[in-house]
Design a protein around this ligand. Structure first.
Ligand code: HOC
Length: 378
C-alpha cells in the first residue's frame, strides 16, 4: 500500500488505518473548531500559478540556501513532540531521511530521542533544535549548550504556547502523555497490536523532570511552559546562542519586526499547525507583507497546512525562504516508519520538480511573486 501511495493524502489514509485513533487524532487534529488549520490549508487552494511555456525545463534545480547553508529542497522537517508515539523508530528515522535528502531536520524539545542520539543517528544531516522555555530557565540553558556541543546550527524558539490550545479531539479521546490505559484505549490498541511497542518508547527524553507534569498535552503546557515570555527572552537567547536564531509562531508583521530588531535571523510564520489559537491569521497571507517589512534583514519561513510540493513553491514564490513540514511526514511515519517518511519526502520532491517544470522555470530560486496569483476565496 505504501508503495502505491501517490500523495500526502494517501499516506494520511494509510496512517489512519494503522494507528490508534487517539494517536492519529493528536497528529491530525487542531484546536477548537480547527478553523486555523482549515483556513491555512484553504489558502493554498487559492493559489493560481502563472506558467510560461516553450522554455527548456529539462534541467531542474530544487536547491535553496536556507539560513546560510544550501539544502537540496526548499523545505525542512518541522519539530514534532512525542514522535515515537507515532512510530517507535521516531526521530532517528526522520533525521536519517533528512540526511538522505539533504534537508534540515528540527528536533523538538519534546522529542522522544535525546539531542545526542539524533546527532549520532544522522551525523551528516543539518540539525536545528526547537526550544520551549520553562518557568525555570536553567533547563533551557542546558539544552542550548547540549545542542551547540552536538553540532546543531540553528535554534528555533517557539513563542505561540503561553498556554495550551484546546485540542478537542484529544480531550474527547482522553489522550494523555504517556498514553494511559483505559478500556477505550485498550480496545483501540487491540485493533492495532503492532502499535503497542511504540508506547514503550514514548518518553520526552531531553528534559528529565517532565514526569511530574504528565497529563493531557494542554495540561502539560499549562504546568510547564512559561506564559511570561517577553522580547527580553529573545534578546537573552541572542546573547547565549552562537548560531542562527529563528522565532517560531510569528503571526503578525509587527512581531516579525520586533523579534528581528531583538536579533533573530529568521521568523517562522506559523500558527502551530492550528493547534494553539483558533481563528489565527493565515500564514500564507502574511508572507508578502512580512518579507516586505524585513527586506534582507532576516529570512521568512512558513509552516501549517502544507500538503503538496506546490504549496511549498507558492510560499517560496511569494517570498518565503523555505517551508517546514510537520503532519506531512508524520502521516508517512505512522503509515510505515522510516519508509513512510522517505515516501512523504519523495512525493513532495517529485511534486516540486514537476510543478517547476509545468510553471516553466528551472529552479526554485527563479520563482517570483509574479508566478502566483491568489484567487478570491471560492
Ligand atoms: C509540555 C507539553 O508542539 C504540539 C506540541 C506541543 C508539545 C507539548 C508539550 O502538540 O503541538
Amino acid at each position: 500500500r505504501l508503495r502505491r501511495a501517490a500523495s500526502i493524502a494517501d499516506l494520511r489514509t494509510i496512517a489512519r488505518r494503522r494507528t490508534p485513533r487517539a494517536v492519529f487524532d493528536y497528529v491530525d487534529g487542531a484546536a477548537d473548531g480547527e478553523l486555523s488549520l482549515h483556513r491555512a490549508r484553504r489558502a493554498y487552494s487559492r493559489v493560481e500559478f502563472t506558467p510560461t511555456v516553450l522554455r527548456d525545463v529539462s534541467e531542474i534545480d530544487t536547491g535553496r540556501e536556507i539560513l546560510g547553508r544550501r539544502a537540496n529542497l526548499p523545505f525542512a522537517i518541522a519539530p514534532t513532540g512525542f514522535t515515537r508515539m507515532m512510530h517507535h523508530s521516531g526521530e532517528p528515522a526522520v533525521a536519517s531521511v533528512a540526511q538522505q535528502f539533504d534537508i534540515p531536520y528540527t528536533l523538538s524539545t519534546m522529542g522522544t530521542t535525546t539531542i545526542e542520539d539524533v546527532a549520532a543517528a544522522a551525523p551528516q544531516a543539518r540539525k536545528w533544535f526547537q526550544l520551549y522555555l520553562w518557568r525555570d530557565r536553567a533547563p533551557a540553558k542546558d539544552l542550548v549548550q547540549r545542542a551547540a556541543a552536538a553540532g546543531y546550527d540553528t535554534l528555533m524558539l517557539t513563542v505561540d504556547t503561553p498556554v495550551g490550545g484546546a485540542r478537542l479531539r484529544d480531550i474527547r479521546n482522553g489522550l494523555t502523555i504517556p498514553p494511559a490505559l483505559s478500556l477505550r484505549t485498550f480496545l483501540d490498541g487491540a485493533r492495532h497490536p503492532h502499535w503497542w511497542f511504540n508506547l514503550l518508547t514514548t518518553e520526552p527524553l531531553n528534559f528529565a523532570s517532565l514526569e511530574s507534569s504528565y497529563g493531557s498535552v494542554e495540561e502539560m503546557i499549562n504546568r510547564v511552559f512559561d506564559p511570561a515570555l517577553t522580547i527580553d527572552d529573545v534578546e537573552w537567547l541572542r546573547d547565549t546562542w552562537p548560531g542562527k536564531l529563528v522565532i517560531k509562531g510569528i503571526q503578525s508583521v509587527d512581531d516579525a519586526v520586533r523579534v528581528v530588531d531583538a536579533g533573530a535571523d529568521g521568523v517562522l510564520l506559523s500558527n502551530h499547525g492550528g493547534r494553539q489559537l483558533d481563528r489565527a491569521p493565515v500564514p500564507l497571507e502574511l508572507v508578502e507583507p512580512t518579507v516586505q517589512a524585513l527586506g534582507d534583514r532576516a529570512e521568512v519561513l512558513i509552516d501549517t497546512g502544507i500538503t503538496n510540493g506546490a504549496d511549498i513553491l507558492a510560499a517560496t514564490a511569494l517570498g518565503a525562504r523555505a517551508a517546514l513540514i510537520g503532519r506531512a511526514y508524520l502521516y508517512g511515519l505512522m503509515a510505515g516508519g522510516r519508509l513512510g517518511v522517505e515516501k512523504a519526502v519523495t512525493i513532495l520532491a517529485a511534486e516540486i520538480v514537476r510543478t517547476l517544470q509545468l510553471i516553466g522555470v528551472n529552479s526554485v530560486d527563479e520563482l517570483r511573486p509574479s508566478h502566483v496569483r491568489l484567487r478570491p476565496m471560492e
